[in-house]
Design a protein around this ligand. Structure first.
Ligand code: B12
Length: 231
């Protein structure tokens, strides 16, 4: 068991490494976290991600600019590469197939990758389209893979409008597929207004919401199959 003081110290190191765009520092702190027995999920969310939240504030105050943001992202990814393989696998009794990506015009992919990581941990099959994904690609990939769920990420008010187009097109072409949207400018109200089936404010809620949607979808399929057999 790691004691509270040590935990606080390592989380602070992870956070600082991201803020100070220190890739080596992030790697060292990530290794230290694993050696000390800190839960990798806690190290990621309360260390690395928490550091990136502070970076966002520095950007807003115009203390940081795009070059700093890029280097902070590199430091976050350096720590994440070490911690991610050690995330405990979850067996939640249900496995889904998901298409995920950040919409066209938007290169922010940290949040999307963290949501994807939660799906990986839960044993889902994930088709990751990456970032700046042309809107049609989401529709094509859902039809090609027959995925249960399409997850759209957007971090800018200018790019999030693309989500509505994807939702409309998927609902037209395959109304059975579920769609979940997220990212900083997105909200529950927007998701409802645009006809998405789900929204989550962060990665752990994204997994919970996905499980709910996929369970409902599977139940519908089973009921339809049972009805077909009895007829
Ligand atoms: C890092 C960063 C960058 C990096 C991104 C690097 C990368 N590989 O991702 C770089 C330098 C590339 C960048 C560029 C720009 N950025 Co920027 N960036 C950020 C910053 C500081 C942090 C984003 C981040 O990674 N957060 C950490 C992650 C973990 O959190 P998250 O992304 O919110 O994800 C969580 C949830 O949102 C949710 N989630 C995310 N996706 C999804 C999807 C689904 C389906 C679900 C359910 C949930 C979900 O779960 C995630 C995990 O818990 C934000 C500030 C902020 N407050 O968000 C600005 C910010 C997003 N950027 C902004 C801007 C303006 C830009 C630029 C235009 C700047 C410029 N002048 O060039 C460019 C645009 C480039 C482009 N075309 O996309 C603005 C957007 C404003 C707006 N509302 O439109 C922000 C908000 C900063 C600000 N306050 O002005 N940026």
């Amino acid at each position: 068991m790691i004691d509270e003081e040590k935990k606080k110290e390592i989380l602070e190191k992870l956070k600082r490494a991201v803020i100070n765009y220190d890739e080596d520092g992030a790697r060292d702190a990530a290794k230290e976290a694993l050696e000390a027995g800190l839960d990798p999920a806690e190290a990621i969310f309360n260390g690395l991600v928490s550091g990136m939240e502070e970076v966002g504030r520095l950007f807003e105050r115009q203390e940081y600019f795009v070059p700093e943001l890029l280097m902070c992202a590199d430091a976050l990814y350096a720590g994440l590469d070490i911690l991610k393989p050690h995330m405990k696998k979850l067996d939640l009794g249900i496995k889904g197939t998901v298409v995920i990506g950040t919409v066209e015009g938007d290169v922010h992919d940290i949040g999307k990758n963290i949501v994807k990581m939660m799906f990986d941990v839960a044993g889902f099959t994930v088709y990751d389209l990456g970032r700046d994904v042309p809107l049609d690609r989401f529709v094509e990939e859902q039809l090609r893979t027959d995925a249960d769920l399409v997850c759209l990420s957007a971090m800018m008010t200018t790019t999030m409008v693309g989500m509505k187009k994807v939702i409309d097109e998927i609902k037209k072409r395959n109304p059975k597929a579920k769609i979940m949207i997220g990212g900083a400018p997105v909200s529950h109200d927007i998701a409802e207004k645009w006809g998405a089936d789900g929204y989550a404010k962060d990665a752990s809620n994204a997994l919970k919401e996905a499980i709910n949607m996929i369970s409902a979808l599977k139940k519908l399929k089973e009921d339809a199959e049972a009805k077909a057999v009895s007829e």
